[in-house]
Design a protein around this ligand. Sequence first.
Ligand code: PBG
Length: 319
Amino acid sequence: MFRPRRLRSNPQIRNLVRETTLSVNDFIYPMFIEEGENIRKEIISMPGIYRTSIDRLDAELQELVDLGINSIMLFGIPKKKDAIGSESWNSEGVVQQAARYIKAKYPQLYLVADICFCEYTDHGHCGVLDGETVNNDETLLNLEKQTLSMAEAGFDMLAPSGMMDGGIGVMRDVLDLNGYENMPLMAYAVKYSSAFYGPFRDAADSAPSFGDRKTYQMDPANRLEAIKEATLDLQQGADILMVKPALSYLDIIREVKDQFDVPIAAYNVSGEYAMVKAAAANGWIDGEKVMLEKLMSMKRAGADIILTYHAKEAAKLLI
Ligand code: PBG
């Protein structure tokens, strides 16, 4: 009889035959940088995650370095918002300042910028409004400005999350024309319109003031459309393809991984984090074990890179 249990009988053999491993090198840790001074505010729906002003960043940055976490993604929370999100291309904007600060003091950290407008617009949508919907091509003009501003601020990689058609191509062109031909683009290629972003919108003050994002983010029911989106972004010059959210979309991660020969990233989003934290706080699950199982499942599904708020906790357990 063939007995699969032979290879499960002790930790040593299980370690030898394990097919997937998680490493601190897989993680990108997202951080929320708020404009102002002396700010270090925990986000209620995301225990352990903070909004921090630049002058209070050092302790956490040092902690990341000590844990061996090499990559972070920055989200900015500006004081000033307007209809078009113009603060997002201000060279003295909060994220641009943070990038310069971090690059100078922690050169070993790889810095990724989330490129979007929802944190910078007073209506919370991801671009310029035309009535009740986002005008794609006008938003692309501003996307060029934001792209250049973030590149000039010193980011190592740009990650556009706005789901505008043609966005990757516009970014690639403006980067190439300005001497940033080596700047990689990690496209939020397959980004669903998801209720799992709820806590993030509190964290980044970016909830839409009316309506939803269904006219630009994808319908969770669609699989073939994921292939179309990924294909388009690759044609326009994406270097890495992201699927977001992760946990309810593991099938999509696998599909994209099998179809394309570029690195795949998965965004383990705020709602996925909050659910684990809430259940663990109630004593209903073992939070650490569930977290590692969840991250492992993303890796097993095909993610090469995982953006996760759990990065620090996971790193401590993986060391
Ligand atoms: C910006 C953006 C969002 C997230 C990442 N970038 C919010 C959204 O699209 O509403 C969500 C991240 C998370 O939930 O952790 N467009």
